[in-house]
Design a protein around this ligand. Structure first.
Ligand code: 5GP
Length: 121
């Protein structure tokens, strides 16, 4: 599979500092910030700083250092956000996944019961 990264996407602009964000955590390879339209009391987005379109792109092509840093940041976000009672990590990809922003990101949602994972249909 070929992944074509479009650096005009909104998260690329956030990473370049062209538009503001509410940063929650930042590391060498990873940024976590609040979703602009939260769907739960906790709704964070965790993104790599590298140019990856989707989870499968990141998991295939990112360096070990980037992958470790990303996953450790997810854990740190969960701890800092206080989601001891549970959370959901979601990553959407391409058309069937209904991905809106073509820069890999994981949603961390929590702070209330989240219901079942998927609706039928
Ligand atoms: P996707 O559908 O691609 O998985 O999710 C994209 C997410 O990015 C959505 O939850 C949307 O609310 C969020 N989002 C879109 N534009 C911005 C923005 O400019 N700033 C922030 N913080 N979040 C955004």
């Amino acid at each position: 599979m070929r992944f074509d990264y479009d650096d005009g996407n909104i998260f690329a602009k956030i990473l370049r500092g062209e538009i503001p964000n509410k940063t929650f955590l930042e590391t060498e390879h990873t940024l976590a910030f609040e979703d602009i339209a939260p769907q739960a009391p906790v709704h964070m987005l965790v993104i790599p700083k590298g140019a990856y379109v989707s989870y499968d792109h990141f998991a295939r092509d990112a360096s070990d250092a980037e992958i470790i840093d990303f996953n450790r940041t997810v854990a740190a976000v969960c701890e800092k956000a206080g989601v001891e009672e549970g959370f959901r990590a979601i990553t959407n990809a391409r058309a069937h996944g209904v991905q809106e922003v073509p820069h890999f990101h994981v949603h961390i949602l929590g702070g209330r019961p989240l219901g079942r994972m998927l609706e039928r249909g």
